[in-house]
Design a protein around this ligand. Structure first.
Ligand code: 5GP
Length: 179
């Protein structure tokens, strides 16, 4: 599929490199949260695959919840105005929350989410982002766990889409088609 699709460019992070890094992130979270049961909050849809693999690399009694947000703007650009499409089911009061994000670009989505979730009284709130776009953040993102810092190219795969496609690629790949 990757080799024959003209919309896909070079591989940015291979499946094997993803696997190894996620094992490291899981080990770090396991040691940082020893004796606690963190609540993983996945940001749909892009983070679903990362959340699934990350959670299996964490050797603690984790719980799961999901949020879906949509940002206004074109398909490949965020405007910073965020709307909650699906809210959490679990009460965050006194919970140790880890927000699991696919990619932080401008940081505006995360900034909004952090403020929104902090208002719900968690015991702690940290962010684990699989990808951080190099140097483009418009706001202080304060990420505790980062998988990879990647160059400015728009990417798909491993949960990330364009028009709902490419989420099932097992690697992070540059998207070179029309927006
Ligand atoms: P931010 O608010 O940080 O600018 O954008 C974050 C959101 O924009 C991500 O959660 C993701 O949905 C989307 N996004 C940003 N960069 C990319 C990218 O390279 N590929 C894809 N598929 N989505 C992206």
């Amino acid at each position: 599929m990757i080799g024959t699709d003209p919309n896909l460019g070079r591989e940015v992070v291979s499946a094997e490199v993803l696997r190894n890094r996620i094992a490291e992130l899981g080990a770090a979270i396991t040691s940082d949260y020893e004796g606690r049961a963190p609540l993983l909050v996945g940001v749909l849809k892009g983070a679903f695959m990362f959340m699934s693999d990350l959670s299996r690399a964490i050797n603690l009694p984790v719980e799961f919840d999901f949020m879906a947000v949509s940002s206004y703007g074109s398909a490949t650009r965020t405007s910073g105005v965020v709307r909650i499409i699906k809210d959490l089911d679990i009460d965050l009061t006194d919970r140790h929350v880890i927000v699991v994000e696919d990619i932080v670009d401008s940081g505006l989505t995360l900034n909004y989410l952090r403020r929104n979730l902090m208002a719900r009284g968690p015991a702690s709130l940290e962010v684990c982002a699989l990808l951080l776009r190099d140097g483009l953040q418009k706001t202080d993102t304060d990420l505790k766990y980062i998988g990879f810092t990647i160059p400015p190219a728009f990417v798909v795969g491993y949960g990330l889409d364009v028009g709902e496609r490419y989420r099932n690629l097992n690697a992070i790949v540059e998207y070179v088609g029309a927006e």
